[in-house]
Design a protein around this ligand. Structure first.
Ligand code: AMP
Length: 305
C-alpha cells in the first residue's frame, strides 16, 4: 500500500559531542521517506532550491522513493542548524532559514488524492491542514516541533482536530499542551480529537496512547549514538511504513508499528545525516525487530526454547 509524505527537505548543519556535519542532507520528509522505503512504496511532496544538486536526489531514487512530487524552485533549499548537549537529550536550534519553504505550496497530483496513508511531516501547520483536506486519506498522522508550536500554535491545534494521529517529541507534546507532565499533556492532546498519540522520548523509547490503552517500547540500545537528528522522523517512517505495508491499523498493528519505529530510529542515530539509515538491508531491520521484541518480553530467550 503506498504512502504519501509532505514535509521538509533540508541541508542541516549539526554539532554533537561526537563531531559535526555541515550542510548535509536532512529534513523531515527525507528521514521519514528513507526509513519507510524499507517497508513500502513512498511518494514525497516537498520543495528544494536550485542548489539542491543531483547527489541527494539520487540517494532518494536509489531507495525507490517517488521524487516526482519534489518541486525544484528558484531560490535556496531550506536550512537548519542545531547543537546537542553531551547526553544528546537537549537540542538547541541555532538557525532556521525557510528559504524556498516560505512560499511552498504542495504540488499535489490527481493520484495523490485519496492516498490511503498520509504523513504530514514537520512543516507549517496551515500547509499540513491544506494537504490533509485535499488528500482525504483513510489514515493520517502528523508531526510538529517547537518552531511551529511557538509561532503557529493555534494552527497546530486546529490540525489535531482533523488528523488521526500525532507523533511528537515528549518536550514538544508538553509545550503544545501547556502541561509539565507527559500523561496530562497526552490527555489534553487526545481531547483535541486525535485517535492516537505517539510520544517519542529519545533514548527512553516511545509511548502510544490509543483507545484508552497505553503501550510503550524502549529505544533499541545503541552504544555510539553519533547524531540524533532525524530520529523522530525515522521513527515516524518506520511506524507509518509498517502500517502501510500491512494495510491495517488495529491496536495490534499500531503496537507492532511502534517496534519498527524504534528500530528505524536506532539506525538513524548511528551516523550523521542519512549515512547509516540509507544503507540498511531488510535483514538488518528484521534482526533488530526480533531483538527488540526479546527485550520487552518478560520470558527470557532461554524459557522460550
Ligand atoms: P527530528 O530530529 O526528527 O526532529 O528532525 C530533524 C529534521 O527536521 C532536520 O533534518 C531539519 O532539517 C528538520 N527541521 C528542523 N526545523 C524545522 C522546521 N521548522 N520545519 C521543518 N523542518 C525542520
Amino acid at each position: 500500500m503506498s504512502l504519501l509524505v509532505v514535509g521538509s527537505v533540508a541541508f542541516d548543519t549539526v554539532k554533537t559531542p561526537y563531531g559535526q556535519a555541515e550542510e548535509v542532507l536532512g529534513g523531515s520528509a527525507t528521514y521519514f521517506s528513507v526509513a519507510a522505503s524499507y517497508l513500502t512504496k513512498v511518494r514525497m511532496v516537498a520543495v528544494v532550491g536550485k542548489d539542491f544538486g543531483d547527489a541527494p536526489m539520487k540517494l532518494l531514487k536509489l531507495r525507490g522513493i517517488d521524487v516526482s512530487g519534489i518541486e525544484v524552485a528558484a531560490g535556496k533549499t531550506f536550512r537548519w542548524s542545531g547543537e546537542y548537549s553531551d547526553d544528546l537529550n537537549d537540542r538547541t536550534t541555532h538557525a532556521t532559514h525557510l528559504n524556498v519553504f516560505e512560499t511552498f505550496s504542495p504540488n499535489l497530483e490527481e493520484k495523490d488524492i485519496g492516498s490511503r496513508f498520509l504523513f504530514l511531516g514537520n512543516i507549517d501547520p496551515d500547509l499540513q491542514r491544506q494537504v490533509l483536506t485535499k488528500v482525504k486519506p483513510a489514515f493520517s498522522a502528523c508531526d510538529t516541533m517547537n518552531f511551529w508550536i511557538e509561532g503557529k500554535g493555534d494552527g497546530v491545534k486546529r490540525l489535531l482536530g482533523s488528523v488521526d494521529g500525532l507523533i511528537i517529541n515528549d518536550s514538544e507534546a508538553r509545550l503544545l499542551a501547556g502541561e509539565i507532565n507527559t500523561v496530562a499533556a497526552a490527555r489534553r492532546l487526545l481531547d483535541l480529537g486525535l485517535k492516537f498519540l505517539v510520544v517519542k522520548r529519545g533514548e527512553y523509547g516511545a509511548a502510544l496512547f490509543h483507545g484508552g490503552h497505553y503501550f510503550a517500547v524502549p529505544a533499541y540500545p545503541v552504544a555510539r549514538p553519533v547524531d540524533p537528528t532525524g530520529a523522530g522522523d525515522s521513527f515516524a517512517g518506520g511506524f507509518m511504513g509498517y502500517l502501510a505495508r500491512e494495510g491495517r491499523t488495529t491496536d495490534t498493528h499500531l503496537r507492532q508499528a511502534m517496534v519498527y519505529g524504534s528500530v528505524l530510529a536506532s539506525f538513524c542515530v548511528e551516523d550523521f545525516s542519512l549515512k547509516r539509515l540509507a544503507a540498511l538491508t531488510a535483514r538488518d531491520i528484521e534482526g533488530r525487530v526480533r531483538e527488540l521484541r526479546d527485550f520487552v518480553s518478560i520470558r527470557g530467550p532461554r524459557q522460550r526454547e
